[in-house]
Design a protein around this ligand. Structure first.
Ligand SMILES: [Zn+2]
Length: 333
């Protein structure tokens, strides 16, 4: 059974309800029950209270998708939901519903095919940096990266919050447990890898502290994720710059509550440096490989991006995501 976002939202928006709800296309602030505030007024209140999760900069309203609002940091360009979804409720939704949500391919075989370029990019990075010890993956999904790493001789262990996905991986012989990063507490790895996971997190400080503790001295944290520059550009272009129009999904890009934050490159650096990491490398991420016309479009964009990247490097704006490599340089408190 396909569980649509409309069914998931009531569970996830309990926290939102304290501040506002979406009724008859008007925003109503529950702290002022008799006052129907204009969209701009409510957005101004939310943006004033919240700060950028990456650099603590001031936020400006960017756009709305379903009952959620994305805001943009005026300093580092990071895009994030305001307010961020409640972590505990989100964790429950991932455990029970995520595998069947429309956000990802619900067929494991299709998903492994679609995400293969991401996984190959991460494998290449681990080989380039000569990672020789144990590797842990958080949010391993249907197991595509785990199988690729094991086939290339890596000692691999994975954790995924989705009960169904973790079970599927174990049936395929992969050492994957159900849970988030806390499930690996007390263990030690030479590298932590994430494939399109970091944009889903909502408790970044706590997560990065735990990641730091899981890594051995000099260990690598490798994350491939959609970034802010393309999301901002696509959101602006598709709406003709009119921020009152709802944000388009754009192939699951603006997909709340799952996609909570699109970090900018500066934002990722600022955030991770606070938790004992040094940025070593940023590489343009490849496109996924869906089947059919979508796959053709993805391949075409990747070719265009290769050419653009040769000319403008990381300033080339059509790259949907990037692969970040960080090294643990000191123990987080
Ligand atoms: Zn910022």
């Amino acid at each position: 059974m396909t569980i649509r976002m409309a069914h998931v939202l009531p569970v996830l928006t309990k926290q939102l309800a304290h501040w506002h709800c979406f009724e008859r296309d008007a925003w109503v602030c529950h702290d002022f029950p008799t006052a129907e505030l204009s969209e701009n007024s409510v957005n101004m209140i939310a943006a004033t209270a919240a700060r950028c999760v990456a650099c603590s900069g001031k936020l400006s309203f960017f756009g709305r998708r379903l009952a959620y609002s994305y805001h943009r940091c005026r300093d580092c360009g990071t895009l994030q939901l305001v307010p961020l979804p409640d972590g505990r409720e989100l964790a429950e939704a991932y455990a029970r519903m995520y595998a069947a949500s429309a956000h990802i391919d619900v067929d494991p075989e299709t998903s492994r095919h679609t995400t293969r370029p991401y996984h190959e990019a991460i494998l290449r990075t681990l080989l380039d940096y000569r990672v020789a010890g144990a590797v842990a993956e958080l949010g391993g999904g249907w197991g595509g990266l785990g199988e690729l790493l094991i086939a290339n001789g890596f000692s691999y262990r994975g954790a995924d919050p989705s009960e169904e996905m973790a079970r599927h991986c174990r049936h395929r012989g992969l050492p994957v447990i159900q849970g988030d990063i806390a499930a690996l507490s007390g263990e030690s790895y030479c590298a932590l890898v994430l494939a399109n996971v970091f944009e889903h997190l909502v408790d970044h400080d706590n997560w990065l502290t735990q990641a730091n503790h899981l890594l051995c001295e000099g260990g690598l944290f490798v994350s491939l994720q959609p970034t802010a520059h393309f999301a901002y550009l696509a959101g602006q272009l598709v709406r003709g710059g009119i921020s009152k129009l709802p944000l388009p999904a754009i192939h699951q890009e603006f997909c709340p509550p799952w996609h909570a934050v699109f970090f900018s490159m500066d934002g990722m650096r600022a955030l991770t440096e606070r938790h004992g990491f040094a940025l070593l490398d940023i590489r343009p991420a490849p496109q996924g490989r869906a089947r059919g016309i979508t796959g053709l479009a993805q391949y075409t964009l990747e070719c265009v991006n290769r050419l653009g990247g040769h000319v403008l490097g990381l300033r080339w704006p059509l790259v949907v995501g990037h692969l970040f490599v960080f090294r643990k340089v000191h123990e987080a408190p």
